[in-house]
Design a protein around this ligand. Sequence first.
Ligand SMILES: Cc1cc2nc3c(=O)[nH]c(=O)nc-3n(C[C@H](O)[C@H](O)[C@H](O)COP(=O)(O)OP(=O)(O)OC[C@H]3O[C@@H](n4cnc5c(N)ncnc54)[C@H](O)[C@@H]3O)c2cc1C
Length: 375
Amino acid sequence: MTPPLRGGVKAVVIGGGITGLAVTDELTRRGVRVDLLERSAELGTEASSAAAGILAPQSEAEGPGPFLQLLLAAAQMIPEAVSRLEALTGISVGHRVSGLLALAFSDADRQALEKSLEWQTQAGLAPERMDPPAVRRIEPALDGPVRVAVYWPQTAVLDPRQFVRAYARAVEQQGASIHLNTAARKVAVRAGRAAGVETTGGLIEADWVIHCAGPWAGEEIGLPFGMPSIPARGQILQFSTPAPLFRRVVKSPRAYLVQRADGCLIAGTTLEYVGFDKRTTEEGIRKVHSGVKEISTKAGALPVESSWAGLRPDTPDHLPVLGPTPLEGFLAAFGHFRNGILLAPLTGRLIADWILGSRSSLDLAPFGISRFKQT
Ligand SMILES: Cc1cc2nc3c(=O)[nH]c(=O)nc-3n(C[C@H](O)[C@H](O)[C@H](O)COP(=O)(O)OP(=O)(O)OC[C@H]3O[C@@H](n4cnc5c(N)ncnc54)[C@H](O)[C@@H]3O)c2cc1C
């Protein structure tokens, strides 16, 4: 049940990707009136629909510290968020605990993997070392020249497009006002505080403005400070498999493969800094395809059914920007880079906790915008 609207607290959320949707979901559930702005004709069509949908806190962090804690806390929230959204909307998001196998094919791969095995074991994350015969036993389609592998049984996957659909329906049911084809032009400021947003459809007043514009967060919207946002292109290939080829996510430093419930096999990805260019390229597709062939000749022999590219919202240190900014009432929630699907429910909670003055168990300071030198 949606609680009654809270004492007239109003928020405007800029950007209807998975982050803006999750923030809107959490706020509306907790009684805040939300206007969600999305400049395109549909919600979640950018990175949030391009993603592979791997929820892998262990293999995404490069060492212990606040980012690992953030990813682990995010992963803990996923099952509950998925059950709630599925029950509320009737949309299945294809969530399953798949496990992830990270593979080393060369000496350099092996050294990097051994290093992560070491710090993760010390951090109590319980990665499992596997030798090549054990790898082949559990994933017979994996016939690349594996030297060693690390297995994380807790890794899960979901279908990001379905996650977007479920969030979109949930926020609608919870009473959010969704403004499609509506772009934020300028933050309205009154008495030194954000007071709403001037949009292409007119002024929307609010007590809080939350910036969830993904890689476009750095665009000019009249702020007296810069937003450190960088687009990072990733290209994806899709194959269709008559029967599932893999149970687990399999990954080398050059490619990964994710088997979806609908029979599609997804392969990723590139990391390219080419501005806001979302086109796939022959070179990018060739690169991902050759990574796939290295992992599995069977997968590599499948015809490519489709391909697409998306822009990850990156930042100079590859960490998200979350929480307060120098403008009171204006909160940041962007820069989720490779983990925006995983981080969505937690981002929603952290932002809502901040607005509603609830105590949060996570310290937002490491993700604050003040870590960047303002020009
Ligand atoms: C190839 C690829 C693979 C990925 N794989 C994974 C994965 O396996 N797991 C994972 O967790 N993450 C993954 N990611 C990352 C994840 O997709 C992103 O971190 C996440 O989708 C970011 O969501 P967002 O809502 O912040 O940004 P976006 O999805 O980019 O949404 C931002 C929205 O804001 C809107 N907008 C921008 N400016 C304005 C404005 N002025 N006014 C109104 N609206 C505006 C845009 O139109 C857009 O819809 C992947 C990304 C890519 C590209």
